[in-house]
Design a protein around this ligand. Structure first.
Ligand code: ADP
Ligand code: MG
Length: 357
């Protein structure tokens, strides 16, 4: 297993990249801990697969170095990196049995047969294919084949890292949940470094200790699920994580006051003078709707009851402000939105800024 260092890595699929937008992956510079469970989360096209393929060696980055431990592996082929990778669609040997498919990565490395049998048995249990070990892969369904792929990825215990690229796309929702728990369990038990690519926040937040949020070829935040929720470092993170996402309102900020249109909103501490695009961010969970003189006046446009809570969609002037209220909380006739000052974030050009101390 290995610590993974991304040392100023960038990649462009163009022969002669000039401007930042020519890069599918802008500069990424981070150290990922040995034994960590990471999720790479972001919308389609943001560069997740590009980054994963650089780590696995399917792609050589245009710039920067990749280290496993202290060793520079930037130009080493995949076979020399000692990693396992699971793709979105099955990569298996159709003519082999399920058993032999699972055994292949082990036999390939000359592991003794007794150990092969033990690992195959354990893996088959994990992916729920014990009863099918003797069947040929050929006749199986797409999701059974994908389970074999997953099994082949996790069967070896001596890899530097296991990389998963949206591995559960073709698996049905209930099974998805089960396999994800199994992977998490495996991570706890064996302690592999695992990197799991997904565009699904639930999948990322439930699998990973650290979520790496990507947007337009950049890593915009690496944090625990709680960090991403409480302190989104970029408005995109606030918007992408959470359901509904963080409310983002264009505002002017002066000292410890912000104004949205003609409405004034108190901040928890004074801010230095900000020049650029300034915005306030507040999660719907920290918005209250009250009657009276506090807060700012909003107009309710829709109320959605979702079991234990309700989402109230409102407008403050031209801007949408969502509130998440516990089940049964009444919505006043002429509501005013009160923002929890301690949860209010200020953004300058989409990046979080801290108040002056
Ligand atoms: P994701 O996995 O997050 O959906 P990708 O890493 O596959 O994103 O793609 C990032 C960007 O690079 C996209 O704009 C995509 O169109 C482009 N891209 C991906 N693969 C290639 C390729 N082989 N050649 C040219 N452009 C590519
Ligand atoms: Mg992808």
């Amino acid at each position: 297993m290995a610590r993974i260092t991304l040392d100023h890595i960038a990649h462009s699929y163009k022969a002669n990249p000039q401007k930042p937008t020519d890069y599918a992956l802008r500069e990424v510079h981070h150290v990922w801990n040995d034994g960590g469970a990471y999720a790479l989360l972001g919308p389609s096209g943001c560069g997740k697969t590009t980054l994963l393929n650089i780590i696995s060696g399917l792609l050589t980055p245009s710039k920067g170095r990749l280290l496993f431990g202290d060793k520079d592996v930037t130009r080493l082929p995949t076979e020399a990196r000692n990693i396992a990778q699971v793709f979105q669609f099955p990569v298996i040997y159709d003519t082999m049995t399920v058993h032999d498919n699972l055994a292949f990565p082990l036999r390939n490395r000359g592991i003794p047969e007794s150990e092969v049998e033990r690992a195959v048995k354990e893996t088959a249990e994990m992916i729920g294919l014990t009863a099918m070990l003797k069947k040929r892969a050929k006749g199986l369904t797409a999701d059974e084949k994908q389970k074999i792929s997953l099994g082949r990825g996790v069967v070896r215990s001596d890899v530097n890292a296991i990389l998963f690229d949206e591995p559960l796309t073709v698996i049905d929702p209930h099974m998805k949940w089960m396999l994800r728990s199994q992977l998490k369990h495996l991570h706890k038990r064996v302690g592999h470094t695992m990197i799991y690519v997904t565009h699904d926040q639930t999948e990322a937040l439930s699998f990973a200790d650290k979520v790496v949020v990507m947007y337009e070829g950049e890593v915009v935040q690496i944090g625990t699920p709680a960090d991403l929720f409480e302190k989104p470092k970029h408005t995109f993170v606030g918007y992408f994580i959470g359901s509904p996402g963080m409310n983002v309102l264009p505002a002017k900020v002066a000292g410890d006051k912000a104004s949205v249109g003609e409405h004034e909103i108190a901040l928890r501490a004074p801010y230095a003078e900000l020049s650029g695009k300034t915005e306030l961010g507040i999660r719907p969970e920290f918005v209250k709707l009250v009657h009276g003189n506090d807060g700012v006046p909003v107009k309710v446009s829709a109320v959605e009851d979702i079991g234990r809570y309700r989402i109230v969609r409102t407008r403050l002037g031209a801007h949408e402000v969502n509130a998440v209220l516990p089940e049964g909380t009444p919505v006043p006739a002429e509501p005013r939105a009160v923002f929890d000052t301690s949860r209010l974030n200020v953004y300058l050009d989409s990046h979080l800024v801290e108040a002056r101390q």
